[in-house]
Design a binder for this molecule. Structure first.
Ligand SMILES: [Mn+2]
Length: 274
Protein backbone atom coordinates (compact mmCIF):
# COMPACT_ATOMS: atom_id res chain seq x y z
CA UNK A 1 0.00 0.00 0.00
CA UNK A 2 1.45 3.43 -0.96
CA UNK A 3 0.93 6.49 1.19
CA UNK A 4 -0.49 9.19 -1.15
CA UNK A 5 1.08 12.09 0.68
CA UNK A 6 4.66 10.86 0.82
CA UNK A 7 4.84 8.29 -1.96
CA UNK A 8 6.38 5.94 0.58
CA UNK A 9 4.62 2.70 1.28
CA UNK A 10 2.91 2.51 4.62
CA UNK A 11 4.35 0.05 7.06
CA UNK A 12 2.14 -2.74 8.25
CA UNK A 13 2.69 -5.19 11.10
CA UNK A 14 1.86 -8.88 11.25
CA UNK A 15 2.07 -10.99 14.40
CA UNK A 16 3.48 -14.50 13.90
CA UNK A 17 2.60 -17.04 16.55
CA UNK A 18 3.49 -20.72 16.72
CA UNK A 19 3.46 -23.84 18.90
CA UNK A 20 0.65 -22.88 21.25
CA UNK A 21 0.23 -26.57 22.17
CA UNK A 22 -2.99 -26.30 24.15
CA UNK A 23 -1.68 -23.58 26.47
CA UNK A 24 -4.71 -21.30 26.39
CA UNK A 25 -3.44 -19.10 29.25
CA UNK A 26 -0.30 -18.24 27.27
CA UNK A 27 -2.26 -17.71 24.04
CA UNK A 28 -4.63 -15.28 25.75
CA UNK A 29 -1.70 -13.31 27.17
CA UNK A 30 -0.04 -13.09 23.75
CA UNK A 31 -3.25 -12.08 21.96
CA UNK A 32 -3.82 -9.40 24.59
CA UNK A 33 -0.35 -8.03 23.85
CA UNK A 34 -0.97 -8.17 20.09
CA UNK A 35 -4.26 -6.31 20.56
CA UNK A 36 -2.70 -3.70 22.83
CA UNK A 37 -0.21 -2.87 20.06
CA UNK A 38 -3.05 -2.36 17.58
CA UNK A 39 -1.98 -5.28 15.40
CA UNK A 40 -4.91 -6.95 13.68
CA UNK A 41 -3.22 -9.48 11.40
CA UNK A 42 -2.09 -12.73 13.01
CA UNK A 43 -0.51 -15.67 11.17
CA UNK A 44 -0.15 -19.01 12.99
CA UNK A 45 2.67 -21.42 12.09
CA UNK A 46 1.09 -24.51 13.63
CA UNK A 47 1.12 -27.00 16.51
CA UNK A 48 -2.13 -25.98 18.15
CA UNK A 49 -2.58 -29.21 20.09
CA UNK A 50 -0.79 -31.73 22.29
CA UNK A 51 1.51 -31.21 25.30
CA UNK A 52 -0.96 -28.81 27.02
CA UNK A 53 -4.57 -29.32 28.16
CA UNK A 54 -6.82 -27.02 26.15
CA UNK A 55 -6.32 -27.91 22.50
CA UNK A 56 -10.00 -27.47 21.70
CA UNK A 57 -10.16 -23.90 22.98
CA UNK A 58 -6.86 -23.03 21.30
CA UNK A 59 -8.10 -24.32 17.94
CA UNK A 60 -11.36 -22.38 18.33
CA UNK A 61 -9.55 -19.17 19.24
CA UNK A 62 -7.03 -19.46 16.41
CA UNK A 63 -9.76 -20.18 13.85
CA UNK A 64 -11.43 -16.99 14.99
CA UNK A 65 -8.40 -14.74 15.34
CA UNK A 66 -5.76 -15.89 12.85
CA UNK A 67 -5.90 -14.83 9.22
CA UNK A 68 -3.48 -17.61 8.24
CA UNK A 69 -3.26 -21.03 9.89
CA UNK A 70 -0.52 -23.50 8.91
CA UNK A 71 -0.30 -27.20 9.74
CA UNK A 72 2.17 -28.43 12.38
CA UNK A 73 3.50 -31.93 13.00
CA UNK A 74 1.23 -32.44 16.03
CA UNK A 75 -1.80 -31.17 14.11
CA UNK A 76 -1.07 -33.78 11.46
CA UNK A 77 -0.19 -36.85 13.52
CA UNK A 78 -2.39 -36.50 16.63
CA UNK A 79 -5.76 -36.68 14.76
CA UNK A 80 -4.44 -39.05 12.09
CA UNK A 81 -6.90 -42.00 12.01
CA UNK A 82 -4.08 -44.25 10.75
CA UNK A 83 -1.66 -43.38 13.56
CA UNK A 84 0.02 -46.52 14.85
CA UNK A 85 1.82 -45.21 17.92
CA UNK A 86 -0.40 -44.35 20.90
CA UNK A 87 -0.02 -43.53 24.60
CA UNK A 88 -2.27 -42.50 27.45
CA UNK A 89 -1.31 -38.86 26.88
CA UNK A 90 -1.87 -38.92 23.10
CA UNK A 91 -5.30 -40.47 23.60
CA UNK A 92 -6.12 -37.79 26.20
CA UNK A 93 -5.04 -34.85 24.01
CA UNK A 94 -6.96 -36.26 21.06
CA UNK A 95 -10.09 -36.70 23.18
CA UNK A 96 -10.02 -32.97 24.04
CA UNK A 97 -10.77 -32.04 20.41
CA UNK A 98 -14.33 -31.50 19.29
CA UNK A 99 -15.93 -33.01 16.21
CA UNK A 100 -14.34 -31.76 13.02
CA UNK A 101 -11.30 -30.13 14.64
CA UNK A 102 -9.00 -33.00 13.71
CA UNK A 103 -10.06 -32.78 10.07
CA UNK A 104 -9.65 -29.00 10.12
CA UNK A 105 -6.12 -29.30 11.55
CA UNK A 106 -5.04 -31.97 9.08
CA UNK A 107 -6.43 -29.98 6.17
CA UNK A 108 -4.49 -26.78 6.93
CA UNK A 109 -2.09 -25.43 4.29
CA UNK A 110 1.56 -26.49 4.49
CA UNK A 111 3.10 -23.08 3.85
CA UNK A 112 2.19 -19.46 3.20
CA UNK A 113 4.04 -17.05 0.87
CA UNK A 114 3.76 -13.28 0.58
CA UNK A 115 5.87 -10.26 -0.31
CA UNK A 116 6.87 -7.54 2.13
CA UNK A 117 9.17 -4.57 1.47
CA UNK A 118 10.62 -6.31 -1.59
CA UNK A 119 11.37 -9.51 0.29
CA UNK A 120 9.68 -12.79 -0.53
CA UNK A 121 8.56 -14.27 2.75
CA UNK A 122 7.69 -17.92 3.23
CA UNK A 123 6.26 -19.42 6.45
CA UNK A 124 5.97 -23.11 7.32
CA UNK A 125 6.06 -25.16 10.50
CA UNK A 126 9.34 -27.07 10.52
CA UNK A 127 11.09 -27.58 7.17
CA UNK A 128 10.26 -27.09 3.47
CA UNK A 129 9.90 -30.82 2.90
CA UNK A 130 7.64 -31.87 5.76
CA UNK A 131 6.23 -30.63 9.07
CA UNK A 132 7.83 -33.71 10.62
CA UNK A 133 11.47 -32.83 9.94
CA UNK A 134 13.17 -30.69 12.59
CA UNK A 135 15.78 -28.01 11.87
CA UNK A 136 17.50 -26.95 15.06
CA UNK A 137 19.18 -23.66 15.90
CA UNK A 138 22.44 -25.58 15.59
CA UNK A 139 22.58 -26.39 11.84
CA UNK A 140 25.11 -26.15 9.01
CA UNK A 141 25.10 -24.08 5.81
CA UNK A 142 23.60 -26.85 3.69
CA UNK A 143 20.67 -27.05 6.06
CA UNK A 144 20.37 -23.24 6.08
CA UNK A 145 20.24 -23.03 2.28
CA UNK A 146 17.79 -25.93 2.02
CA UNK A 147 15.27 -23.90 4.04
CA UNK A 148 14.88 -21.52 1.04
CA UNK A 149 14.39 -24.20 -1.62
CA UNK A 150 11.11 -25.06 -3.30
CA UNK A 151 9.82 -28.57 -2.68
CA UNK A 152 6.77 -30.60 -3.62
CA UNK A 153 5.23 -29.41 -0.35
CA UNK A 154 5.87 -25.67 -0.83
CA UNK A 155 5.08 -25.60 -4.57
CA UNK A 156 7.28 -23.92 -7.15
CA UNK A 157 6.50 -20.25 -6.81
CA UNK A 158 9.36 -17.74 -6.61
CA UNK A 159 11.90 -18.91 -4.01
CA UNK A 160 11.73 -16.99 -0.74
CA UNK A 161 14.39 -14.64 0.60
CA UNK A 162 12.94 -14.68 4.11
CA UNK A 163 11.85 -17.91 5.80
CA UNK A 164 10.08 -18.11 9.13
CA UNK A 165 9.28 -21.32 10.98
CA UNK A 166 8.46 -22.73 14.41
CA UNK A 167 8.57 -26.33 15.66
CA UNK A 168 11.76 -26.23 17.76
CA UNK A 169 10.39 -23.95 20.51
CA UNK A 170 13.78 -22.21 20.29
CA UNK A 171 13.66 -18.72 18.68
CA UNK A 172 16.53 -17.23 16.63
CA UNK A 173 17.38 -14.95 13.70
CA UNK A 174 20.07 -15.59 11.05
CA UNK A 175 21.13 -13.86 7.78
CA UNK A 176 23.72 -14.32 5.03
CA UNK A 177 25.38 -11.99 2.48
CA UNK A 178 22.71 -12.75 -0.12
CA UNK A 179 20.20 -11.14 2.27
CA UNK A 180 18.64 -14.51 2.98
CA UNK A 181 16.95 -14.30 6.35
CA UNK A 182 15.96 -17.31 8.42
CA UNK A 183 14.16 -17.01 11.71
CA UNK A 184 12.35 -19.18 14.19
CA UNK A 185 9.38 -17.71 16.01
CA UNK A 186 9.84 -19.76 19.16
CA UNK A 187 6.76 -21.04 20.96
CA UNK A 188 3.80 -19.32 22.58
CA UNK A 189 2.77 -22.20 24.78
CA UNK A 190 5.86 -24.21 25.45
CA UNK A 191 9.14 -22.34 24.89
CA UNK A 192 12.44 -24.01 25.79
CA UNK A 193 15.21 -22.45 27.89
CA UNK A 194 13.39 -19.16 28.54
CA UNK A 195 9.83 -20.49 28.92
CA UNK A 196 8.26 -17.02 28.66
CA UNK A 197 5.79 -17.11 25.73
CA UNK A 198 7.35 -15.51 22.64
CA UNK A 199 6.05 -14.35 19.29
CA UNK A 200 7.37 -12.35 16.35
CA UNK A 201 6.19 -9.09 14.82
CA UNK A 202 7.29 -8.41 11.24
CA UNK A 203 6.85 -4.95 9.85
CA UNK A 204 7.15 -3.72 6.27
CA UNK A 205 5.20 -2.68 3.21
CA UNK A 206 2.86 -5.61 2.68
CA UNK A 207 2.51 -6.89 -0.87
CA UNK A 208 5.12 -4.46 -2.21
CA UNK A 209 8.00 -5.59 -4.47
CA UNK A 210 9.86 -2.32 -3.86
CA UNK A 211 12.66 -2.29 -1.29
CA UNK A 212 11.60 -0.61 1.93
CA UNK A 213 12.37 -0.94 5.63
CA UNK A 214 11.75 -4.43 6.93
CA UNK A 215 11.91 -5.32 10.57
CA UNK A 216 11.45 -8.27 12.83
CA UNK A 217 10.96 -8.23 16.57
CA UNK A 218 10.73 -10.95 19.20
CA UNK A 219 8.23 -10.22 21.96
CA UNK A 220 8.27 -12.06 25.29
CA UNK A 221 4.97 -11.96 27.16
CA UNK A 222 4.86 -13.02 30.82
CA UNK A 223 1.74 -14.88 31.93
CA UNK A 224 0.34 -16.83 34.87
CA UNK A 225 2.20 -20.15 34.59
CA UNK A 226 0.72 -21.53 37.81
CA UNK A 227 -2.84 -20.83 36.61
CA UNK A 228 -2.13 -22.82 33.43
CA UNK A 229 -0.65 -25.73 35.44
CA UNK A 230 -3.66 -25.67 37.80
CA UNK A 231 -5.98 -26.12 34.80
CA UNK A 232 -3.93 -29.07 33.56
CA UNK A 233 -3.99 -30.56 37.06
CA UNK A 234 -7.75 -30.07 37.48
CA UNK A 235 -8.44 -31.66 34.10
CA UNK A 236 -6.34 -34.69 35.04
CA UNK A 237 -3.96 -34.32 32.11
CA UNK A 238 -1.31 -37.08 31.77
CA UNK A 239 2.41 -36.17 31.70
CA UNK A 240 1.83 -33.34 34.15
CA UNK A 241 5.40 -33.65 35.46
CA UNK A 242 6.77 -33.06 31.95
CA UNK A 243 4.42 -30.13 31.32
CA UNK A 244 5.51 -28.59 34.62
CA UNK A 245 9.23 -28.92 33.74
CA UNK A 246 8.59 -27.22 30.40
CA UNK A 247 6.38 -24.39 31.64
CA UNK A 248 8.21 -23.54 34.85
CA UNK A 249 11.81 -24.16 33.76
CA UNK A 250 11.93 -24.39 29.95
CA UNK A 251 13.26 -27.95 30.20
CA UNK A 252 11.98 -30.30 27.49
CA UNK A 253 10.16 -33.27 29.03
CA UNK A 254 12.27 -35.71 27.00
CA UNK A 255 15.42 -34.30 28.65
CA UNK A 256 14.25 -33.62 32.17
CA UNK A 257 15.90 -36.78 33.51
CA UNK A 258 19.10 -36.54 31.41
CA UNK A 259 22.07 -37.31 33.65
CA UNK A 260 24.07 -34.54 31.93
CA UNK A 261 21.21 -32.06 32.21
CA UNK A 262 19.12 -30.66 29.36
CA UNK A 263 20.92 -29.55 26.17
CA UNK A 264 18.09 -28.48 23.95
CA UNK A 265 19.52 -25.38 22.26
CA UNK A 266 22.89 -26.52 20.84
CA UNK A 267 25.08 -29.62 20.81
CA UNK A 268 27.14 -30.21 23.89
CA UNK A 269 30.66 -28.70 23.96
CA UNK A 270 33.35 -31.31 23.24
CA UNK A 271 36.47 -29.17 23.70
CA UNK A 272 37.55 -27.62 26.98
CA UNK A 273 37.73 -23.87 27.45
CA UNK A 274 41.31 -22.59 27.90
MN1 LIG B 1 5.67 -27.89 18.56
Amino acid sequence: MIDDTTGRGSLERIALISDVHGNLTALEAVLEDVDARGISRIFNLGDYVGKGPRGRQVVDMCRERCEVNIVGNWDDFLPNPDREFDSEALAWWLAQLSDGQGEWLRGLPFSHDFVMSGRRVRLFHASPTTAHRRVRFDHDEEEFLAMFANTAATGDGPEPTVVGYGDTHDPYYEVDRQKRTLFNTGSVGNCMDDPTPVYVIIEGVFGSAGEAPFSLQFVRVPYDVEAELAVAWDMGMPELEGYTAELRHGIYRGEMNNPGGPRYHRRVRTTSVA
